[in-house]
Design a protein around this ligand. Structure first.
Ligand SMILES: *[C@@H]1O[C@H](CO)[C@@H](O)[C@H](O)[C@H]1NC(C)=O
Ligand SMILES: *[C@@H]1O[C@H](CO)[C@@H](O)[C@H](O)[C@H]1NC(C)=O
Length: 217
């Protein structure tokens, strides 16, 4: 009787283990949410098979030695549609390259969860809404290129806290108000901000509060 109980217990353990979620394809699911949200007339996402254990063999996806996604290279890929908040689940993502597509709608604030991000390249799309202030938490962010979209609103002042930022381009949008000149922003010239007809110029420190006025409402 003891032996049959033991056997029973083992059987229960084996079944429980096989039913437990493995988390193996959490990142694949996040990427697949993007695939579902966009039109892909060039079939660049055709290899994205959600039944595989991880997305590391998918084209345009790069993983590290732990099979975690570190790069998404989909520049100039003829994608049409929306970015998805699920992208914020790619904890080890360093390069998010989605420039020169026809992406529309907002930049999900969840991209502020991508703590490893080094490069956020969303230039030359049709993105709208404002630049999420959540991006200011991305301490390793070095390249932030959002130029040539239809982004509006103020440039979040918190972005000047991005200590590793080397390249910033928000030109050719519909941003308004003034732009920060302190912190990492002290090294950027007006080139980074040009062709935003409603953007007034650098902030005047100590003169007016950053978030008032400026024809931005
Ligand atoms: C943005 O949308 C306009 C029309 O809505 C279109 O003419 C233009 O080509 C689009 N830009 C990009 C980069 O897709
Ligand atoms: C930021 O970069 C440094 C140096 O490459 C690295 O050691 C660190 O893990 C990175 N931080 C995150 C959150 O990825």
């Amino acid at each position: 009787m003891a032996i049959s109980h033991l056997f029973h217990l083992l059987l229960v353990l084996v079944i429980a283990r096989s039913l437990a979620p493995t988390n193996a394809n959490l990142e694949g699911d996040a990427l697949y949410a993007l695939r579902r949200a966009v039109k892909d007339p060039g079939h660049v996402l055709q290899s994205w098979d959600p039944t595989l254990v991880d997305p590391c063999t998918w084209f345009h996806v790069t993983c590290d030695s732990d099979n975690r996604v570190t790069r998404l290279d989909l520049g100039n890929a003829k994608l049409w549609g929306n970015l998805v908040p699920e992208l914020g689940k790619l904890e080890r993502l360093q390069y998010l390259e989605l420039y020169m597509n026809n992406l529309v709608g907002p930049i999900p604030e969840e991209l502020g969860h991508l703590k490893s991000l080094v490069s956020l390249d969303l230039f030359h799309n049709n993105l709208t809404g404002s630049i999420p202030s959540s991006l200011s938490g991305l301490s390793n962010l070095t390249f932030l290129r959002l130029n040539s979209n239809r982004l509006s609103g103020r440039i979040p002042r918190e972005l000047s806290k991005l200590g590793n930022l080397k390249i910033l381009d928000v030109s050719n949008n519909d941003l308004c108000g003034t732009f920060p000149t302190s912190g990492s922003f002290s090294k950027f010239s007006e080139e980074s901000f040009k062709n935003n007809p409603r953007l007034e110029g650098p902030e005047l420190i100590g003169f007016v509060r950053y978030d008032v006025g400026g024809g931005c409402n």
